[in-house]
Design a binder for this molecule. Structure first.
Ligand SMILES: [Zn+2]
Length: 164
């Protein structure tokens, strides 16, 4: 979040007309205000908290947790930090594109991200499996030419040594 330029900084270079927050237009823009303090954004975080509470996930949302992620989550709740990152990115996108911030849009956005991540994970897994199988074939059968492989498959037994 530290690399994001606020209106206060942009105003110094005449890149914006005001130092006020673009969301509420009442308070001075800052990272703290934009991602946490702003009443428009607080509504989004409150909706997210309620959404999680309805699913029996009780987490404390404060600026520290939103900035750095929640430390010490159990393994099955680690995705909460990912959800927080997605929410922050959604807020950033709304700021850049001047979109209205709605929890329904956030949900749709997160569902789309999860769908894409799932697709990438499946693609990557298949690619790794394919690479692994090719590696196995090359390691075990690479030295065998196709005619000899055919012969080996047709007559798999090794010839017995003739004992005198
Ligand atoms: Zn504001």
């Amino acid at each position: 979040m530290g690399i994001i330029r606020t209106n206060k900084e942009l105003y110094k270079f005449s890149l914006t007309n005001s130092t006020l927050c673009d969301f509420c237009n009442t308070r001075q823009d800052s990272i703290y205000h934009r991602f946490w303090e702003c009443e428009c954004i607080q509504q989004l975080w409150n909706n997210l908290k309620t959404f999680l509470q309805e699913r029996h996930i009780n987490i404390e949302l404060n600026f520290k947790n939103v900035s750095l992620g929640i430390h010490g989550l159990l393994r099955h709740k680690l995705s909460i930090n990912y959800l927080i990152i997605c929410t922050k990115y959604y807020i950033f996108k709304c700021f850049c594109c001047n979109h209205e911030r709605r929890f329904l849009h956030l949900k749709t956005y997160v569902i789309e991200i999860i769908r894409i991540e799932k697709y990438i994970a499946i693609k990557t897994t298949f690619k790794k499996m394919d690479h692994f199988i090719r590696h196995l074939i090359n390691a075990q059968w690479g030295w065998i030419s196709f005619p000899s492989l055919f012969f080996l498959l047709k007559f798999p037994g090794t010839p017995k040594k003739q004992t005198p």
